[in-house]
Design a protein around this ligand. Structure first.
Ligand SMILES: Nc1nc2c(c(=O)[nH]1)N[C@H]1C(S)=C(S)[C@@H](COP(=O)(O)OP(=O)(O)OC[C@H]3O[C@@H](n4cnc5c(N)ncnc54)[C@H](O)[C@@H]3O)O[C@H]1N2
Ligand code: MOO
Length: 392
């Protein structure tokens, strides 16, 4: 069996980043920037007032002095007149500083008197001017590749970017296999269960920025599998769940070269997720996940989501981890890398008592997956360990 990091590298090796497309700025959030965006202008494009008040030409203290108010500057309405010593311009936040002025005296520190203003307090150190280009300057870059956050979008908009070059959104075809499966909302027979994995995997794929194509459940027959493979055409990544083990009805564990499946590896030293496989199906990268729901979801986080990010053009990286304090002692780990469902509390992180890979309620309650490397020695409460967060 290969290690988790060998398996992840093996999956990255199957992937080619998708080409770029142009989208309007409104559709850019969450997409991966494919080419550097360059600011076309300085921001602010002029020295701007930071406070509502009076713009003055005098650099020294004006306490007790009365100035002549000779004009007004507001945001979007520059004052074209030059201001000299002994004069002031009424000014509002965001307005361009009139020529001749060097600072703003806050309105609260003044007393207005018709065409004049008298200065009460004045600290000339506080200029209340935002210099031209102090936010960003023409030619500044927002570097590719990065997943665009709402904070990036506000910057792109300010840079006067109406359209953005992003990588095409990966399309992930998801198929679940099993004679026992019926869809949520159907009435299962006594020997049937609800096909939950596909829904969770589709949500994980979409969380990672992909479009998910959730295919109908595939029965445990070769013809059904072949027909389902046809429905994967055009996808950038194919993800299967179930049928990966060695049972008589586990079709995906068999030699499927006649259906166009080339397997690059099968079985990984991890828990849950041992019967994981990856390869290509008719030339498209494919990841085969085990059917147990927790195995499927853990492998979706550890392999599918990083694969989607890489397809979208981000640097290939494992799922992010945090360092967390252990709240309880843990015995030595076995030979497989263990992803333990765990809860976060004031004392630190505690694994759930049962780590069975079928327990969906515990998975839903878990805050993190504690990662225990193979043969990790016994750990004491209070030690720091690595964990993959399950909540934003
Ligand atoms: N002799 C061996 N048996 C098993 C081994 C092994 O090494 N030798 N490995 C075990 C491990 S580990 C896992 S994980 C499972 C995974 O096997 P499969 O990928 O073949 O999964 P299935 O048999 O199809 O299903 C397992 C389990 O999960 C339920 N399931 C399947 N699909 C879904 C779905 N879409 N939604 C909800 N639940 C699903 C299914 O009903 C089974 O209960 O194999 C062990 N066996
Ligand atoms: O690896 Mo299986 O994924 O233990 O349940």
């Amino acid at each position: 069996m290969i290690s988790v990091s060998e398996a992840l590298t093996g999956i990255f090796d199957l992937l080619t980043p998708l080409p770029a497309e142009t989208v309007p700025l409104r559709a850019a959030a969450g997409r991966v920037l494919a080419e550097d965006a360059v600011a076309a202008r300085d921001q602010p494009p002029f020295d701007a007032a930071v406070m509502d008040g009076y713009a003055v030409a005098d650099a020294g203290s004006l306490v007790g002095q009365t100035l002549r108010v000779v004009g007004e500057a507001a945001a979007g309405h520059a004052l074209e007149r030059r201001i000299g010593p002994g004069e002031a311009a009424r000014i509002f936040t965001g307005a361009p500083m009139p020529s001749g002025t060097c600072r703003v005296i806050m309105q609260e520190d003044t007393r207005a008197g018709g065409a004049t203003v008298t200065i009460g307090e004045d600290d000339p150190e506080n200029r209340f001017v935002r210099p031209l280009g102090s936010d960003f300057q023409a030619g500044d870059h927002l570097k590719a590749a990065r997943r665009l956050t709402p904070m990036d979008v506000v910057l792109l908009a300010a840079m006067n970017t109406a359209e953005v070059r992003v990588t095409r959104r990966p399309e992930v075809a998801i198929l679940s296999t099993g004679d026992e499966l019926v869809l949520p909302g159907e009435t299962p027979r006594a020997d049937q269960i609800i096909a939950s994995n596909g829904f969770g995997l589709a949500a994980l794929a979409e969380q990672a920025g992909a479009r998910a194509r959730l295919l109908p459940v595939v029965r445990d027959r070769m013809e059904a599998l072949e027909a389902a493979f046809d429905l994967c055409a055009g996808a950038d990544l194919i993800v299967t769940s179930g049928g990966a083990s060695v049972g008589d009805h586990d079709l995906l564990g068999r030699d499927l070269s006649e259906l166009g499946l080339t397997r690059n590896f099968y079985k990984v030293a991890m828990r849950p997720g041992k019967p994981l496989m990856a390869g290509t199906l008719r030339g498209t990268p494919m990841i085969g996940l085990p059917g147990n729901p927790v195995s499927s979801m853990v492998c979706g986080i550890i392999f599918m989501q990083p694969a989607i990010h890489a397809l979208a053009g981000l640097p290939p990286r494992p799922a992010p981890r945090h360092r967390l304090r252990l709240a309880v002692d843990l015995p030595e780990n076995g030979g497989r890398e263990h992803y333990m469902r765990a809860r976060l509390g004031p004392e630190g992180v505690t694994p759930f008592t049962s780590q069975d890979s079928s327990l969906q309620k515990i998975l839903s309650e878990a805050d993190a997956l504690i990662v225990r490397p193979p043969r990790d020695p016994a750990r004491k409460a209070g030690e720091m360990i690595e964990a993959v967060p399950l909540r934003p």
